[in-house]
Design a protein around this ligand. Structure first.
Ligand SMILES: Cc1cc2nc3c(=O)[nH]c(=O)nc-3n(C[C@H](O)[C@H](O)[C@H](O)COP(=O)(O)OP(=O)(O)OC[C@H]3O[C@@H](n4cnc5c(N)ncnc54)[C@H](O)[C@@H]3O)c2cc1C
Length: 459
C-alpha cells in the first residue's frame, strides 16, 4: 500500500519525521505539495519569497526523485480547497495513509481537521518542532506568556533529552524516476538567487555559520554592517532546514557552551527559541493570528495612521538615516537585519503613530523569510502590544540607535548613497543642505504623543 507525504513548510528530505514514518510504514511512497497562489495573493506574499519557494520545490523534487519518491505539485488555488484536492489525489493513487507535520496557526489547524474528516484514510500529524509547543506549559498547566522562563524550561528539556536528527530514508526504487517536471511559475517573481534554496547549499550555510561566526555571535549580532548573524531565516521559514539540525550542528562546533544562555552559542540557541516561543503564542492565543493584540487593552489605541508618513517609511524617506537605510535594504534585498527590524518597527508605531498591523503587512509583502508567528511576535513586541512586551514608555531613539549600532555609517552608506561625504555625527543628524529629507517628525514630540496614546487607554 502507498503512503503519501504532504509537504507544507518543511521542504527538505533530511531530518523529516513525516518522510521517515511514511517510508518505514509503506512499501511505496509518494509526495504532494498543494500550491495555493490565491492564498499567497491574499497574504501579499513577496515576489522574492515566491521565487525562493519555487526553487526550493524544484530542489525537493530532485532530492525525492533520487529516493524513488515522486513529488506532485498540484495547483489547489486556495488553501480552502485542500481537502478536496487531497481526497481526489489519494483516490487516484490508491493512498492508504497520509503523513504531514503538524502546523500551529488556527487556519492551518482547521484545514487539517477538515482534511482528516474528508479523507477516508488516516492523516498522521507529526510534531516537527525543536520542543513540543502543545505539551509545554507552566507548572500550573497554563501556557507561557513570558520568554525567559519559557526558554529556561526549553533548555532544561533539551539538555535532558537532546533531539535526534533523522537520516534521509533509504531509496525505495532506484532509478524509478528518470525526469522531473519543474514547478511552474505561480505569480510575480523577484530574483532570490542570493539565497541558497537547495538543501546542500543551506546545510553549507549552517556549517559555515556554526564554524566561523557562531563563536562571535553576541559581539557582532547587533551591527548590521557586519555579517554577524546566520541569515538562515528564509530557509527555516520554508523548512529547508529544521531547528534540530541547527541545534545539532551548533553543539558539534561549540560543545557544552550552548547550554549557557550568556555564551555566544547559547545566545544563538536563544534566538531559535524565540522562534519556538512565537509559535507557542500563536497556538495558545489564536487572537493574535486574527489581527488582534495580545494585550487586548491596546486594541483601543486610536492610531492616527497618516498615509503620507507611512509612505515615507516604506520608501526609506523619513530623514532618519538608520531607518531609511533599513527600509531600503528591505525593498532592495527582501531581508532586513534583526536590530533594524526592531528600530524600524518601533519608529513606525512610536514615532509615526501608525498601527503595527500596517507594518506587519508591509513586512510580509517584502520579506523572503516572512513567517507569520515570528513577524507578528516581532511587531507586537515593538509596538508594546504583545507578550513580554517592551514597556510602552521604552521608546527607541532612532538617532542614538544609529550612532550606537552603525557608528561609522558603513551600513547606512550602502543603502543611502546620497549621504556619501558626511562623517561622524552628521551621518546620523543630517544637515539641512544635503540632498536628503529632513526628519519628517520630531522624535521628542512623537515620544510624548506615544506616551499620551498609551496613557489614554490605560486610564
Ligand atoms: C518587527 C519584526 C519582524 C520580524 N519578522 C520576522 C519574519 O517574518 N520571519 C522571521 O523568520 N523572523 C522575523 N523576525 C525575527 C528576526 O528579525 C529574524 O528572524 C532574523 O533577523 C533573521 O536573521 P538571521 O537568520 O540572520 O537570524 P539569526 O540571528 O542567525 O537567528 C537564527 C534564527 O533564529 C530565529 N530568530 C532570530 N531572532 C528571532 C526573533 N526575534 N523572533 C523569532 N525568531 C527569531 C530565526 O529563525 C533566525 O533565522 C522579526 C523581528 C522583528 C523585530
Amino acid at each position: 500500500m502507498t503512503g503519501l507525504i504532504w509537504f507544507r513548510n518543511d521542504l527538505r528530505s533530511l531530518d523529516h519525521p513525516a518522510l521517515c514514518s511514511a517510508s518505514k510504514n509503506h512499501a511505496s511512497v509518494r509526495a504532494v505539495y498543494l500550491l495555493c497562489p490565491q492564498q499567497l495573493d491574499e497574504h501579499g506574499i513577496a515576489p522574492i519569497r515566491r521565487q525562493f519557494l519555487r526553487r526550493a520545490l524544484d530542489d525537493l523534487q530532485r532530492q525525492l526523485s533520487s529516493l524513488g519518491i515522486p513529488l506532485d505539485i498540484i495547483d489547489a488555488e486556495h488553501f480552502k480547497h485542500a481537502p478536496r484536492h487531497l481526497q481526489h489525489y489519494c483516490r487516484e493513487h490508491e493512498i492508504s495513509a497520509v503523513y504531514a507535520h503538524r502546523e500551529w496557526l488556527v487556519d492551518e489547524i482547521n484545514r487539517d481537521e477538515r482534511c482528516a474528516k474528508q479523507l477516508d484514510i488516516a492523516l498522521h500529524l507529526i510534531d516537527d518542532s525543536l520542543i513540543s509547543p502543545l505539551t509545554l506549559s507552566k507548572s500550573d498547566g497554563t501556557p507561557y506568556k513570558v520568554f525567559t522562563p519559557f526558554s529556561r524550561r526549553c533548555r532544561d528539556l533539551l539538555a535532558a533529552q537532546f533531539p535526534r536528527v533523522m537520516r534521509r530514508p533509504t531509496v525505495k526504487t532506484p532509478g524509478a524516476i528518470s525526469a522531473v517536471t519543474p514547478c511552474p511559475i505561480f505569480g510575480e517573481e523577484k530574483d532570490s538567487s542570493a539565497w541558497p534554496a537547495d538543501e546542500e547549499g543551506v546545510l553549507q550555510q549552517l556549517r559555515q555559520f556554526c564554524a566561523e561566526r557562531a563563536g562571535d555571535y553576541q559581539k557582532h549580532r547587533d551591527f548590521p554592517a557586519l555579517n554577524g548573524t546566520s541569515r538562515l531565516s528564509a530557509a527555516l521559514a520554508l523548512g529547508l532546514l529544521s531547528p534540530r539540525q541547527c541545534l545539532a550542528r551548533l553543539q558539534q562546533e561549540c560543545g557544552e557552551d550552548i547550554w549557557d544562555a550568556k555564551s555566544d552559542a547559547g545566545t544563538w540557541l536563544n534566538e531559535l527559541l524565540w522562534r519556538e516561543f512565537y509559535r507557542h503564542v500563536a497556538f495558545h492565543f489564536p487572537r493574535v493570528v486574527k489581527g488582534r493584540a495580545f494585550q487586548s487593552y491596546t486594541d483601543a489605541i486610536p492610531w492616527p495612521n497618516k498615509p503620507a508618513l507611512f509612505e515615507a517609511w516604506c520608501e526609506g524617506q523619513t530623514g532618519y538615516p538608520i531607518v531609511d537605510a533599513a527600509m531600503r535594504q528591505l525593498k532592495e534585498t527582501g531581508w532586513m537585519h534583526n536590530r533594524l527590524r526592531m528600530i524600524t518597527a518601533s519608529f513606525l508605531c512610536k514615532d509615526l503613530h501608525i498601527d503595527w498591523r500596517w507594518g506587519e503587512r508591509h513586512f510580509l509583502e517584502h520579506l523572503i523569510d516572512a513567517d507569520f508567528a515570528s513577524n507578528n511576535g516581532g511587531w507586537q513586541w515593538a509596538a508594546s502590544t504583545g507578550t513580554d512586551a517592551a514597556p510602552y514608555f521604552r521608546i527607541f531613539n532612532p538617532t542614538t540607535q544609529g550612532q550606537r549600532f552603525d557608528p561609522q555609517g558603513q551600513f547606512i552608506l550602502r543603502f543611502v548613497p546620497e549621504l556619501k561625504g558626511l562623517q561622524g555625527k552628521q551621518l546620523h543628524q543630517v544637515p539641512a543642505t544635503a540632498s536628503y529629507p529632513q526628519p519628517i517628525v520630531d522624535h521628542k514630540e512623537s515620544r510624548n504623543i506615544t506616551l499620551a496614546l498609551f496613557q489614554e487607554i490605560r486610564d
